[in-house]
Design a protein around this ligand. Structure first.
Ligand SMILES: Nc1ncnc2c1ncn2[C@@H]1O[C@H](COP(=O)(O)OP(=O)(O)O)[C@@H](O)[C@H]1O
Ligand SMILES: [Mg+2]
Length: 398
């Protein structure tokens, strides 16, 4: 066994993942409970039976709005009998064999208006760890981490850069829990800046103070993205997979490029002057560029072929290469295993690659949730996985 696999094994003998998942009024499930082992779990069912909803629920155990980036109010079960409640996801989890409870959901609360005395109902996201409410979502990342692959990501390498950037940022969060805060703060400032300019604000002091904050955040974001890309590239170069193609990752953005040769402080200055020059563009309806133009490019290393020119199956294989490398890097770096949420992951893979992927997941000895409409595709996991079927808004152990 290679040195690296040995090191991974030493970490994954201690188990990390979900041992029990309980959903209340979450999408199509009024009540659902799953007792889970630390093995692959295969969930099969017809289209629309509720497979992705289970993965989405699991994704809410990590910071953010889940794998569908959903509006939180859309998640509440439309057939719910409870009138006032929201929805909730509760999980008993292990992190390196230590037990924790995580609960999250949307709760309705009533507030009396100080002026009118009227009762106003509002909803808010609640997060609890071991029954204690926490205010910072990033805190969740200390206990559990999830990496997901969804059918929407089959087109990740095509089209505009926004979904690629979000994908990349999620990979960064896993190593750098502050990154989520940075990107959220940047977006908030950017919107504020944009609105001010659109409304004709000429308060240059105010604008410049926002621009200064944006510049330092933008460079911190660019640096964190560069670090992730370098980490994965080095890993893939040193530990090429035997089945899935080697990928080369590249960041393409002005700040990122400049960081190759210039110190961060200089890049911040460049960014600041760049933003100032953009003020007029915003005013005259031309979209400003900058960090928002950053793209994340993926190449099939051996063919030196950009991913968007590769076949659909090749693109899926490239995506899986990135995910496998990320999973292993995370185990080694953070000292505990992420859970994998693999929604219809075998689509577009030939039989050899499908079986190789399932075998690799099983060998990693981590918890992976795999959905499919095709139960017959999982023969290789016989006796190695838990099998479930979903129908009629319930789940059945097979
Ligand atoms: N808030 C909701 N309340 C009840 N049902 C919902 C809600 N949101 C989505 N659904 C239902 O969930 C089903 C989709 O589930 P999904 O997990 O995506 O299915 P699949 O098994 O194909 O992955 C659809 O039938 C949809 O109508
Ligand atoms: Mg689905």
């Amino acid at each position: 066994m290679s040195d690296l696999n040995e090191r991974i094994k030493q970490i994954t003998v201690k188990k990390s993942g979900v041992t029990r998942l309980t959903l209340s009024d979450f999408r199509n499930y009024q009540n659902l409970r799953i007792e889970c082992e630390m093995s692959p779990l295969v969930i099969t069912g017809d289209n629309g039976s509720g497979k992705t909803n289970i993965l989405e629920a699991l994704s809410f155990l990590t910071p953010g709005r889940g794998l569908r980036s959903a509006k939180l109010s859309d998640i509440k079960c439309l057939n719910s009998k409870s009138e006032n409640g929201g929805w909730s996801v509760a999980a008993e989890i292990l992190k390196n064999d230590e037990e924790y409870l995580i609960g999250t959901g949307l709760q309705n609360a009533a507030e009396e208006s100080a002026e009118t005395g009227e009762q106003k109902i509002y909803s808010r996201r609640i997060i609890k760890i071991n029954q204690q409410k926490i205010s910072q979502q990033a805190e969740l990342g200390k206990y559990i981490s999830a990496i997901w692959v969804t059918p929407q990501m089959d087109r990740l390498f095509q089209g505009g850069p926004q979904p690629r950037r979000s994908f990349l940022d999620r990979l960064v969060y896993a190593f750098d829990l502050e990154h989520a805060k940075r990107t959220a703060n940047f977006e908030h400032l950017y919107r504020q800046w944009f609105q001010l300019l659109k409304s004709g604000c000429r308060d240059t002091k105010w604008l410049e103070s926002i621009e200064t904050d944006m510049s330092s955040l933008a460079v911190a974001i660019a640096a964190a993205r560069r670090e992730l890309i370098a980490r994965l590239n080095t890993f893939i170069l040193n530990e090429p997979d035997d089945i899935f193609p080697d990928v080369r990752l590249e960041l393409d953005g002005p700040a990122e490029k400049m960081l190759d040769t210039e110190p961060a402080i200089k890049v911040e200055d460049f960014y600041l002057s760049h933003l100032k020059k953009q003020r007029n563009n915003v005013l005259y309806n031309e979209s400003p560029d900058g960090i928002n133009r950053t793209d994340f490019r993926v190449f099939f290393r051996k063919k030196n072929m950009p991913a968007d020119l590769c076949s659909t199956g090749e693109q899926k294989a490239l995506l899986i290469s990135i995910i496998l490398a990320q999973t292993k890097c995370q185990i080694l770096d953070r000292g505990f295993a992420p859970i994998l949420l693999l929604d219809e992951v075998t689509t577009h893979l030939d039989n050899q690659k499908r079986d190789a992927l399932l075998q690799k997941i099983s060998d990693l000895s981590i918890q992976a949730w795999i959905t499919s409409t095709e139960p017959q595709n999982f023969g290789i996991l016989k006796n190695k996985a838990q099998f479930f079927a979903v129908r009629n808004n319930s789940i059945f152990s097979l």
